[in-house]
Design a protein around this ligand. Structure first.
Ligand code: HH2
Length: 410
């Protein structure tokens, strides 16, 4: 663009896409900006909204002042300024540069603000960084390079998707081998359906379904096996039989011995959010603030895991698509999944063939939900999922590879 076009609103003016530091830095360098300039300006190019829960009002007012002084702002409850409430949630609004400046000041303040400032800086770092690896027995899954495919193997007679294989070990092995050939990185074996309204399966039945299946698969297949259960006795039997990940839809809540069981085997755990139990969860689920509630629950589940000795980075977060959620809730979870990246922990999403997809697409049955599942898998990956839990491994491995090529480009 030369002097003749400069200043004309219809030429060379556009909004840029740059959602992380690397993208901002590249954008600045494209106009010939010096490396040092790009280093200084990159944090000014990333605006963040950060949620803080239940801040005492005096502290919240100090935070607001420091954010304003740094050129950002902070939203508080309408009655916080007049001390009409005792505490308030806060939304910090600022560029990373402004947030850093405000946090540096808050680290020298009182009212517990140094800890808050450190938490904000930690969170910003976690949000921007994917590092580490999942340690699953002898298997290592480095995070951030690509999305991992968790293939669903239900050894049940009544799974919602109609794919259950209770009692047929040969068929199970054949399906598992096909899944691995099609691109499964993890196989998730479950012996109890957790579809809405499902009744609990007695422990003995679940053990009889799961343990032999895990033993057969672990001996023959080159990928880590996870066990989908909320019962510690089933988890223990599966881990003894060769499973190396525990996938607990209750977020370690239904069985108090679950966290210690996983810890004893050094197994990573998937902690999932559920509201209620599978039997009750779809009875008018309501949330004052969906993501705040889901994230607080997952933080609590992580604390249980860490207290039992599981390293924080081996605690995988799952917002529980379909578990105590309306269609609107599920869509919001998918849209805002990236918020779960605030914790520096791996993120898993399980949308496969779920009823929300059937509803949106006009009442399709589970077997007809492939394309809808593909859309949700692509969005989950674009919004920060490290692992997707799916029935249709071949198709979703392709969706993941294609999406990874776009969103994980160097
Ligand atoms: N969904 C189901 C079961 N287990 N685990 C995690 N972590 N996340 C999920 O979204 C999830 C899960 C339900 O799916 P499926 O296993 O196919 O059905 P059923 O429970 O009816 O066997």
């Amino acid at each position: 663009m030369g002097a003749d076009t400069f200043g004309r609103a219809d030429r060379g003016v556009r909004v840029l896409t740059a959602e992380d530091a690397d993208a901002v830095a590249r954008t600045l360098r494209r106009v010939g900006c010096a490396d040092e300039g790009a280093r200084i300006m990159t944090p000014k190019g990333l605006i963040r909204l950060i949620h803080l829960s239940a801040v005492p009002v005096p502290a919240a007012n100090v935070i607001k002042q420091e954010m304003l002084a740094a050129g950002g702002d902070a939203a508080l409850h309408a009655r916080a300024v007049s001390c009409g409430v005792d505490d308030t949630d806060v939304v910090l609004i600022g560029t990373e540069a402004q947030l850093s400046t405000a946090c540096a000041k808050l680290r020298r303040a009182g009212w517990g603000l140094p800890a808050t400032a450190d938490a904000v800086l930690d969170t910003l770092w976690h949000y921007a960084t994917t590092a580490g690896e999942l340690c699953c027995g002898a298997h290592r899954l480095p995070l951030g390079r690509r999305t991992y495919i968790m293939g669903i193997l239900n050894v049940t007679p009544d799974s919602f998707s109609g794919d259950g294989l209770a009692g047929d070990t040969d068929a199970l092995l054949a399906r598992a081998e096909a899944m691995v050939a099609d691109g499964a990185d993890i196989l998730d074996i479950g012996g109890e359906s957790t579809r809405p309204g499902a009744e609990e399966v007695p422990l003995e039945n679940e053990l009889r379904r799961v343990a032999p299946a895990v033993r057969a698969l672990a001996a023959r297949l080159p990928v880590p096996i996870s066990v989908d259960t909320y019962k510690s006795a089933v988890a223990r039997a599966a881990l003894e039989a060769g499973a190396c990940i525990v996938n607990d839809i209750s977020g370690l809540r239904f069985d108090p011995a679950m966290a210690a069981t996983a810890a004893a085997f050094c197994a990573p755990v998937v902690v999932m959010h559920i509201k209620g139990t599978p039997r009750t969860m779809q009875q008018h689920p309501e949330y004052a603030d969906l993501l705040t509630e889901v994230c607080a629950d997952l933080e609590g589940a992580t604390a249980l895991a860490v207290a039992a000795g599981i390293p924080r980075d081996q605690v995988i977060l799952d917002p529980g698509f379909g578990f105590g959620k309306t269609v609107a809730h599920n869509l919001e979870l998918l849209r805002r999944l990236r918020e779960l990246r605030s914790y520096g922990q791996p993120v898993l999403m399980g949308t496969s063939r779920k009823s929300t997809i059937g509803t949106i697409l006009g009442g399709l049955s589970p077997e007809e939900r492939l394309e809808g599942t593909a859309a949700t898998v692509a969005l989950a990956i674009a919004n920060g999922a490290d692992i997707v839990r799916v029935h249709d491994v071949k198709a979703m491995a392709r969706v993941a590879k294609m999406t990874d090529a776009v969103v994980r480009a160097p």
